[in-house]
Design a protein. Structure first.
Length: 334
């Protein structure tokens, strides 16, 4: 398959991406929050519950895994990548090594992981991966994000993308403007504009084929602590406007992160965006928390009850699938 075909498969109509690439540290937080100990066995058990649900066939075009998960064997006797492929979903892998303190602007971060990346990519390809993820993180504050942060993260994203396309995989480019803080929606619009511009500038310098990437941006939303609440329609209008102005039309797929929005909020906003989408971009979800939260809760209470866990996960994925086509409504949630 060409890179463009892989990107199209990941973001096919009615499908999106399941971000199950939480590091062991992040999984520790998630499992502890529902009162479950974060052991290898428990992590795999939860993920296997997701990967065996019907939703995988119908609504999930790709799954992002963490380094340890891509090497694991499921209780069915096949490996995790084999289980995902069996559902006709594309296997992905997070390849960055996390956001570290940025020298010269220590309250901000630079995402690391370029050293040795070429070698790691060839191993991940052998293990079944056909796409990858790298996440850059930007905070909004009085002095942030700085030019240093915007430029250095964009350059790292582009160098990563070049290595990934060289290895015949699709890079997910994830520049995440965080929702932390009390900024309003217009501040998010402005910062996201600057960040996207610099990313595409660097991607062009590195000669990245834009048809062979998936962009994973944040939506244009106010900070968690903002006193100004906005409607989903306003989020949709500003998000689509920002994408149209700053993302070259050659890009195949745009798959949003949920970034701490509630499950229904993330679905509602995606639906509002797709209801007014007049572009050729395939606009869908690449959610972590917004696909897993309810499933995690029920799993923590009824670990052996696969049917109940699947029901909850299937429902959430179906709602997002409808939203990716602009066909969701609140009435379908009950
Ligand atoms: P959330 O949807 O929980 O933000 O996670 C998506 C992701 O992959 C972050 O890197």
């Amino acid at each position: 398959m060409s890179l463009e075909e892989i990107a199209k498969k990941m973001c096919a109509k009615g499908k999106g991406i399941l971000a199950a690439d939480e590091s062991t540290g992040t999984m520790d937080k998630r499992l502890t929050s529902v009162g479950v100990e974060c052991t290898d066995k428990n992590r795999l058990n939860f993920r296997e519950n997701l990967f065996t649900a019907d939703a995988m066939k119908n609504y999930i075009g790709g799954v992002i895994l963490f380094d340890t998960t891509i090497r694991e064997k499921t209780s069915l006797g096949i490996s995790v990548p084999e289980l995902i492929e069996k559902n006709n979903s594309v296997v992905g892998i997070k390849v960055d090594k996390g956001a570290k303190k940025l020298a010269g602007s220590p309250e901000e971060t630079i995402t690391e992981g370029l050293d040795g990346l070429r070698e790691r990519l060839s191993e991940y390809y052998r293990l079944g991966a056909r796409f990858t993820k790298w996440r850059a993180v930007y905070s909004i504050g009085k002095k942030y994000p700085s030019i240093q942060s915007i430029k250095s993260n964009a350059q790292a994203l582009a160098r990563y993308a070049a290595l990934v396309q060289e290895a015949n995989m699709v890079p997910i480019i994830e520049p995440e403007v965080l929702m932390d803080g009390d900024h309003n929606i217009d501040a998010c619009y402005k910062v996201t504009t600057d960040v996207l511009n610099e990313c595409f500038n660097e991607l062009s310098i590195q000669k990245i084929s834009l048809k062979g990437i998936v962009l994973k941006p944040n939506m244009i939303v106010p900070g968690f602590k903002s006193s100004k609440k906005v409607t989903s329609e306003e989020v949709a209008k500003k998000t689509l406007d920002c994408l149209k102005k700053n993302v070259p039309s050659d890009v195949t797929g745009i798959a949003f992160l949920s970034g701490g929005q509630s499950e229904q909020e993330a679905t509602h906003n995606l639906d509002s965006i797709n209801k007014i989408n007049d572009t050729n971009f395939l606009i869908t979800y690449s959610y972590g928390r917004a696909l897993q939260k309810s499933a995690l809760k029920i799993w923590s209470k009824e670990m052996g009850n696969t049917k109940a866990i699947h029901e909850v996960f299937n429902h959430r994925a179906k709602m997002n699938s409808l939203a990716s086509k602009g066909e969701w409504s609140q009435a379908l949630e009950v």
